[in-house]
Design a protein around this ligand. Structure first.
Ligand code: BEZ
Length: 223
């Protein structure tokens, strides 16, 4: 990292993703510039060689191709060293059997953040939970490098990877069709129309085929 004096910050949804340079298991990274035009999932884990993190890495690795098909790149991070990351990845690939998985290749880069500069820049350290390790943070960053969603999990709870994929697919669907997505939406389910701004909007959508309005403010349609 270039700047060891980074303040503790907490990026918010709608902010531009903070820029940083760091070393990773795949070489030097200039973030987010190196992923121009792509969606990015930047995630932190508490520590290498820990059990829940190992199951999460296997889960991310198993879904990496699905994310790439969604134009989405995965980037991991913890405050461990490069040699620790490399040794842990090799150990997972060679030794770990879990939930029917064996010899899973970890194909995404892991950021080395010994100085905690990136963890602090992204608000990944929550001292009430752990002073010297990241929580399980997930930042969803769009091709324009804007932070679109953030999920935090505590140390004892592994992430839900179907939800992580649902967030990417949901954001891409909302952008593409200019719609919103209701509770528990999954691909194929009806979507929600944006809040109407004029009475003409309301009249138009009530008359439009394929749109169902339960009330003037809750209209749904199939894509
Ligand atoms: C784990 O990944 O298993 C873990 C890491 C840090 C604290 C507690 C659990």
């Amino acid at each position: 990292m270039e700047n060891n004096n980074t303040c503790w910050t907490m990026p918010r949804i709608g902010d531009q993703a903070p820029e940083f340079r760091a070393m990773t298991t795949h070489g030097k990274l200039n973030f987010p510039q190196d992923y121009a035009g792509k969606w990015k999932i930047l995630f932190s884990h508490p520590a290498d060689f820990t059990p829940v993190c190992t199951t999460e890495f296997i889960s991310f690795a198993n879904m990496q191709k699905e994310f790439e098909e969604l134009n989405t790149q995965l980037v991991g991070l913890s405050v461990d060293s490069l040699s620790s990351h490399i040794a842990w990845v090799r150990n997972i690939e060679e030794k770990i059997e879990w939930d029917g998985n064996k010899n899973v290749k970890i194909g995404f880069p892991i950021i080395v953040d010994l100085s905690k500069a990136v963890s602090k820049l992204y608000g990944m350290i929550m001292p009430g939970e752990a002073n010297n390790a990241c929580v399980r943070a997930v930042f969803f960053i769009d091709p324009a490098d804007k932070i679109r969603a953030i999920i935090y999990y505590p140390l004892v709870l592994g992430r839900n990877f179907e939800e992580i994929k649902r967030v990417i697919v949901g954001l891409q669907t909302a952008d593409k069709h200019d719609v919103a997505l209701p509770a528990n939406w999954t691909p194929g389910k009806e979507v929600v129309l944006h809040y109407p701004t004029t009475t003409e909007d309301v009249e138009k959508r009530c008359a439009e085929e394929g749109i169902t309005c339960s009330e003037w403010y809750l209209c749904t349609k199939k894509l």
